[in-house]
Each structure stands twice: as structure tokens, then as C-alpha cells.
Ligand binder design. Structure first.
Ligand SMILES: Cc1cc2nc3c(=O)[nH]c(=O)nc-3n(C[C@H](O)[C@H](O)[C@H](O)COP(=O)(O)OP(=O)(O)OC[C@H]3O[C@@H](n4cnc5c(N)ncnc54)[C@H](O)[C@@H]3O)c2cc1C
Length: 432
């Protein structure tokens, strides 16, 4: 039996790894020149950095299990991380009961409403009824318009832009529940791989090679179709397979396999859209703020979050650099998305100065910009009815990607879960 896995992000790598463990012959296709996708890393001056900031939660059991299995669990360190919120021109601590009491943008009554609504969200275990209500409607009903506008609206706009009112409450519940459960001694504790997530990725890559999997880089799959077997078409030619697991973004999957798929499937899945992301990394001479994770609650600022990585794990391994990620979720037709790094930085600088007025361009030792068109599916009310299952209407063709993950928020942990689950379907094919 021979299987093609399309896309070597974390989902595809894990699928290929699971299949190769069962002695199934696997070809893993990746359009880029390296593995990792959005979870990819790069080397700089002797250390490794994520292209996009990555941390993990205490509830990420699939990461724990996989990293134990491949022998990198000892690299996973748990750290208490300071979270902040920038609102109405000032920085506030955020995420603990004490910080809520000191959070000036909300008056006393709204602080109570906000706190109670978060407690209510965390106490919900059966999320199904949240499927039919938007986050906007739920929060306004349970905490009031002022709480929504002051705290939640900037966060939702930061991720989904003008679609913020459409987002499902089930999605927000999943997000808060995951983050809220990652606590140690009442403070947020996040996990990070010593040496970056590249430690896990490259360990998996080594295992894949050892197990005989072909990792075919620089090979964009242009088309998938089926005659008696599946055909995978790349610029190198055509190869045939008994089954295919596609882990590429859903719209890309539909584009390259539309010849095979029924119209009803295409039309339904086409309605799932994504936001893009532009993520700038600054290597700074000085610390910008004391926060690891700084939410930007000010819609005049064009980015949604500042993640000062070295406020989580220190700057020793980074040769003294302070590592700052400037996260900007946006739509691909937004002018910021196509800007080159110099122009974008010039746009950002006046806003970075709002966070720390002393910030100056001379603080920057180096900088990088990474972008991805398929960063986050837009999860609207009633998503469950259109969520792609692992099986497609074509027997032997499976999909596992960020859109499969719901109500939990997309992330590495669930990418691992769905990457493994897809291989169980192939296993059933194998038994036939
Ligand atoms: C800014 C940002 C921050 C994040 N932070 C965290 C975090 O802190 N913790 C966490 O757990 N998760 C985080 N995530 C989410 C996490 O990175 C993703 O859920 C995960 O990496 C998705 O992996 P994937 O393999 O499903 O998709 P992808 O990483 O998108 O992989 C898909 C792969 O398919 C390849 N491909 C596409 N088309 C083709 C084709 N036609 N032929 C061949 N190859 C193709 C792509 O090049 C890519 O390598 C973050 C995401 C973003 C955007």
C-alpha cells in the first residue's frame, strides 16, 4: 500500500510519521524548500526561532505524548508568563483577578460583569448550545456592550477584522477554555521547547527518513485526481497512490482536487474562509515591555498583539537580543499584507512608540517578516454543520487541516491529533 501525504506542516509530518511506523510506504509532498509550514523555524546566529511565535498549553496532551514518544519531552519547559493589555493609551497587567481590579478602562460594575462572564464561560463543559450564538451576542447578553467594546471587540477585530460580529461563541469558548486551563499557582503557565519547536519537527523528520518515507520538497502538488488509483501531479510528473491525506489549507485542497469532488461538497466547503497573517520579528537591543503577551486593545494600532518572546524564556540563548513578534492578522487584500518589511516597519514605528515612547529604530539589530494567506479559519455561528470531516466523498481521500479543528482553536496540539486520526482512516482502507 502506498499513500501520499500532501503538505509538510505539522499535520502532514505527523500523518506521514504515523503511517511510516506501520511500514506503509509514504511520499510526503511539500511545496516549500523545508518542512514545518506555519510551525516552521529558521536559524539565526547559532540559535533557532519560530517564524511565528509558538507556545503550548498544559492541556496539550497530544504534544506531550508525541514529544515523549520521539524523545524531546525534556525540552518542553513550562514558564509563568506575564500578560498585558494596552487600552486607552496605557499598559495594564491582564489575566488575573488582581489585575482585573486594577484595570481602569472598565468601571467597577463592568469589572464584575467581565469577571462573572469569564467564570461562566470556564464553567461550561457542553459547548453545543454555544454553536448557535455569536460571541458578540453572548458577551453583550452576559457582560454588556461596554465590556464587549472595551475588552473583546479589539481582540476579535485583531483576529477577524470586520467579521468580528460573526464569530461563533463556541470558538471563543474553546479559546478561553484552553488558555484558562493552562495555569500554575493561579498564573498563566505556557510551554516552550528549549531550542524551538524545530527540535520536535526535526526529530520527526529524522524518524521519517529512517522509516523510509520520501520527503519530496519544492514540490507543489498541482492536481489530485483518481482513475483506478489516485494520481498526484507535480512539476516533476505524475505518481500513483492507493490513498491520499491532504493537509494543505482547505481552499487549496478544493482547488487542486475539484475535478474529483462533487459540487455540493465544493460549494459547502468553499464557504469556509481564512484570515491571513503578517508577522514581523524584531531582534532588539532593549526590552520593549515587561509582558510576554501584550493584547492591543486599541483599534487605531494596525497590529493586534506584541509577543516579546524573551520575556518568556530569557535572552541568554539569543546572544542578548530581545525577540519581539508583531502579530497582524488581516485579509490578503489589506495594503499592509503586501508591504515590504521596510515600509511596514515605518508604518508600525509610531504605534510601537505608543507602547514604549522610548522605542527607537536604533534598537533594532535585525528584522524578519513572514506571511501566510491561510492563518486562521473564520469560524462562524453553526460551523459544526459545515466543518470538514476527515473523510471526503471520495473513498481513500482524506483531509486534515486547521478547518477540522473545532470547537478548540487551531494549534499544534490538535494538528497532531487530526494528523493521527487521518491515518486511522487509512488503516481501515488497508484492512479492506
Ligand atoms: C501567527 C500564528 C501563531 C500561532 N501560534 C501558535 C501557538 O502559539 N501554539 C499553537 O499550538 N499553535 C499556534 N499556531 C497554529 C499552528 O501553527 C497551526 O495550527 C499549525 O502549524 C498548522 O499546521 P498544518 O500542518 O495544519 O498547516 P500548515 O502549517 O499551513 O501546513 C500546510 C503545509 O502545506 C504546504 N502546502 C500548501 N499547498 C501545497 C501544495 N499544493 N502542495 C504541497 N504542499 C503544499 C504548505 O507549504 C505547508 O507547509 C499559530 C498560528 C499562527 C498563524
Amino acid at each position: 500500500m502506498k499513500i501520499a501525504v500532501v503538505g509538510a506542516g505539522i499535520t502532514g509530518i505527523v500523518s506521514a510519521y504515523e503511517l511510516s511506523k506501520q511500514n506503509i510506504q509514504v511520499d510526503l509532498y511539500e511545496k516549500d524548500s523545508e518542512i514545518g509550514g506555519i510551525a516552521g523555524t529558521f536559524s539565526y546566529d547559532g540559535f533557532s526561532l519560530e517564524k511565528y511565535y509558538h507556545h503550548f498549553f498544559k492541556s496539550d496532551k497530544y504534544i506531550e505524548k508525541l514529544s515523549k514518544e520521539v524523545g524531546v519531552y525534556d525540552n518542553l519547559k513550562w514558564v509563568n508568563t506575564p500578560m498585558g493589555y494596552f487600552s486607552q493609551g496605557a499598559l495594564y497587567d491582564f489575566g488575573t483577578p488582581v489585575s482585573l481590579l486594577k484595570f481602569k478602562p472598565l468601571d467597577f460594575l463592568d469589572k464584575i460583569r467581565f469577571g462573572m462572564s469569564v467564570v461562566k464561560i470556564l464553567s461550561i463543559n457542553n459547548w453545543k448550545h454555544l454553536e448557535e450564538i455569536t460571541a458578540y451576542d453572548w458577551i453583550v447578553k452576559n457582560a454588556g456592550e461596554e465590556v464587549f467594546n472595551t475588552v473583546w471587540k479589539p481582540l476579535l477585530v485583531g483576529k477577524f477584522g470586520d467579521r468580528y460580529k460573526d464569530i461563533s461563541m463556541a470558538w471563543l469558548w474553546g479559546k478561553i477554555k484552553l488558555r484558562g486551563s493552562s495555569k500554575e499557582n493561579g498564573r498563566e503557565a505556557l510551554g516552550y521547547f528549549d531550542g524551538s519547536i524545530g527540535v520536535l519537527l526535526h526529530k520527526l523528520e529524522d524518524k521519517l527518513i529512517k522509516n523510509g518515507c520520501n520527503i519530496i520538497l519544492d514540490s507543489e502538488v498541482q492536481r489530485i485526481d483518481k482513475k483506478s488509483k489516485f494520481n498526484i501531479i507535480t512539476k516533476l510528473g505524475e505518481s500513483t497512490y492507493d490513498g491520499v491525506i491532504s493537509t494543505i489549507p482547505l481552499p487549496e485542497f478544493i482547488r487542486i482536487s475539484r475535478g474529483m469532488l462533487p459540487n455540493s461538497y465544493i460549494e459547502e466547503k468553499k464557504s469556509i474562509e481564512y484570515t491571513a497573517v503578517s508577522c514581523m520579528i524584531l531582534l532588539l537591543k532593549r526590552q520593549l515591555s515587561k509582558y510576554y503577551w501584550l493584547n492591543i486593545g486599541d483599534e487605531s494600532i494596525p497590529f493586534g498583539g506584541l509577543i516579546e518572546h524573551t520575556n518568556m524564556i530569557g535572552k541568554k540563548v539569543y546572544k542578548g537580543n530581545n525577540i519581539l513578534y508583531i502579530s497582524n492578522y488581516l485579509y490578503k487584500d489589506n495594503a499592509y499584507f503586501d508591504m515590504d518589511i521596510e515600509d511596514l516597519l515605518d508604518q508600525y514605528i509610531p504605534h510601537i512608540k505608543k507602547i514604549n515612547p522610548k522605542f527607537d529604530k536604533s534598537w533594532i539589530n535585525d528584522k524578519f517578516l513572514f506571511k501566510d494567506v491561510f492563518a486562521q479559519p473564520i469560524i462562524k455561528k453553526g460551523y459544526l454543520s459545515i466543518k470538514p470531516e476527515l473523510e471526503t466523498p471520495i473513498e481513500g481521500l482524506y483531509v486534515a487541516n486547521m478547518c477540522s479543528i473545532y470547537p478548540e482553536d487551531r494549534g499544534v496540539n490538535y494538528a497532531i491529533k487530526y494528523g493521527i486520526d487521518a491515518t486511522k482512516k487509512v488503516g481501515k482502507l488497508h484492512e479492506k
